[in-house]
Write a protein that binds this ligand. Structure first.
Ligand code: GAL
Length: 536
């Protein structure tokens, strides 16, 4: 039923609205003492049954390994969840690092090369979680797991500003996303102003003080991402780094930049032929410029996969930590599915330190600066998007307005087991293991602890049964099966597991092979008795 209610608002409505259902709520009206007609808030939104990350027990999220170069600034905000108050204890830090229990951030400069198993304990009144975080200090040890964070492009386009970047960082904290491991806060195109006569790039009026912005992010334990392009101009027609690479890299380092996305736009005018040498040249130049700085800067190459970039992006004179494999993503099923499902042959090129990048997530409120809107993907397509990106070991870079995060999107982005799959330290991306005429596909990736993460996908327009056969997965015997989106153990299965999957939808499973019993004729599911704790 639809009806109008009248409300008298005295004073400004508080912003932000509660995270829950915010995107679906009636837009807040800023006014004083005027009559406002508002529609009745919609009923509870209906979305597929995926679990919320609201368990009270303490947990260390994100990766179990992080790298740094000795002598360079290191900032790591511990991603921990659980009911407040949480107490974190960190022991066995390598010399040069300290942990600030008040902010939850490890920082400093590691003195020597080497790997240190750092013991992390998270406690609250519900229990204690213990985990080991390996800090690896050495040359070229960045992005040992795919970067996670936020980038301005998919929501603000070139209309990004200092204010919007800070709002995104604050929202990462408020919504609990930072506590799940999202830590890079990246400005995309649209920050540039003019160069001084000496050639020093000035940010435009929307960025009054980049260094202050970098410091502000670092104080909160976030890392600072920046964007440029090798041609004279960017795709948004702002100034690029052509012939100013060293000055620009120096400038970024002075601002505290930790991540650089290096695009391609307008380099076309310079690279008339697309030979491998020509395609590589601008990335070699910027690599050399970055190496002259004293900062660890993750290097994100963005030339849409030209010249099979995955085959050369990691070579030492380029040292790409991630590389876009395709053109720009859009919030449509066609775009997400065409991009995501083409990555099986590319899997072998990615691994710790260098990742295939199928582009940023198009979940939540997006819009590229025009008019923002909730993603046009259906809820099941959104599940497929997140499932596939986690299986692919893709960078998880959010591209939405985080100040308007609805509950379903929050659940999609914060499931710690999905993030755990993406961030698995073995770093082996999924490959397609089976495909059928009916549009169903089975993908899988091995994890460091011996489990297998398996995606059951349905690319068709009808509900289908998708079957994972052990023989396609390289498994034998009995396996426990856990449903990752529902966060529950399903049972123990032999040879095969099948599930109904809605159109354009996905199921994400964790399979743990069981020791072979001497005689085990059973084929059916056994009760989900306590197979492997919380499955993470
Ligand atoms: C494109 C790039 C986008 C965005 C845009 C900015 O080339 O793929 O992700 O960075 O440039 O103009």
């Amino acid at each position: 039923m639809r009806f109008l209610i009248s409300v008298l608002l005295l004073g400004l409505l508080a912003w932000p609205w509660p995270v829950v259902h915010a995107a679906r709520a009636v837009r807040p009206v800023k006014t004083t003492a005027v009559e406002v007609r508002a529609e009745e808030p919609p009923a509870e939104p209906s979305y597929p049954d995926i679990a919320a990350n609201d368990e009270p027990t303490p947990r260390l999220n994100g990766p179990r390994v992080v790298g740094t170069t000795p002598g360079r600034e290191f900032i790591y905000r511990l991603p921990v969840t659980g009911a407040a108050p949480l107490t974190c204890t960190v022991t066995n830090l390598p010399p040069g690092l300290t942990f600030d229990a008040a902010t939850g951030v490890i920082r400093g400069r590691v003195e020597k090369e080497g790997t240190t198993p750092v013991a992390i304990t998270v406690r609250n009144r519900y229990g204690t979680a213990r985990a080991t975080l390996r800090i690896v200090a050495g040359r070229n040890k960045l992005a040992l797991t795919p970067p996670m964070g936020w980038n301005s492009w998919n929501v603000w386009g070139t209309q990004v500003s200092d204010e919007k970047v800070r709002a995104a960082a604050e929202a990462l904290e408020r919504t609990g996303l930072a506590a799940c491991g999202y830590r890079y806060v990246c400005i995309d195109d649209g920050w540039q102003g003019r160069r001084t006569p000496e050639g020093v790039m000035q940010p435009n009026e929307r960025f009054p003080d980049m260094k202050a912005l970098g410091d502000w992010l670092h104080a909160r334990g976030f890392l600072f991402g920046m964007y440029t392009s090798p041609g004279p101009f960017t795709c948004g027609r702002y100034l690029g780094s052509w012939r100013h690479e060293e000055a620009d890299a120096r400038l970024y380092a002075s601002w505290g930049v930790d991540y650089l996305k290096h695009d391609w736009c307008s380099y076309e005018g310079i690279a008339r032929q697309k030979t491998p040498e020509v395609l590589q040249q601008p990335y070699i130049v910027m690599r050399a410029a970055l190496d002259k700085t004293d900062r660890d800067i993750v290097y994100a190459i963005c030339q849409y996969g030209m010249g099979e970039v995955w085959t050369w992006a990691r070579q030492p004179n380029i040292g790409g930590n991630l590389w876009r494999t395709t053109g720009d993503i859009e919030d449509t099923w066609q775009s997400v599915s065409e991009i995501g499902f083409r990555h099986s042959p590319l899997a072998r090129f990615a691994g710790p330190g260098g990742w295939n990048d199928p582009d940023m997530l198009v979940l939540g409120v997006v819009g590229w600066g025009e008019k923002t809107r909730p993603t046009r993907l259906t809820p099941d397509e959104q599940i497929t998007h997140m499932t596939l990106w986690a299986l692919l070991a893709a960078p998880l870079i959010l591209g939405c307005d985080l100040t308007r995060l609805d509950e379903f999107t929050r659940r999609l982005l914060t499931n710690p087991e999905v993030i755990g799959i993406d961030q698995d330290e073995l770093g082996v991306p999924a490959t397609r293991r089976d495909t059928a005429q009916d549009g169903t596909e089975v993908w899988a990736r091995p994890l460091a602890d011996g489990r297998l993460a398996v995606g059951l996908f349905n690319r068709s327009n009808d509900t289908q049964t998708v079957t994972a056969n052990w023989r396609d997965l390289g498994l034998r015997g009995r396996c426990t099966v856990r449903d990752v989106w529902q966060r529950r153990d399903v049972g123990t299965f032999d040879q095969v597991f099948a599930a109904l999957v809605p159109p354009h939808g996905a199921r994400l499973l964790l399979l743990r092979p069981q020791p072979t019993a001497p005689r085990s004729p059973r084929r059916t599911a056994t009760p989900p008795a306590n197979q492997h704790g919380n499955g993470n």
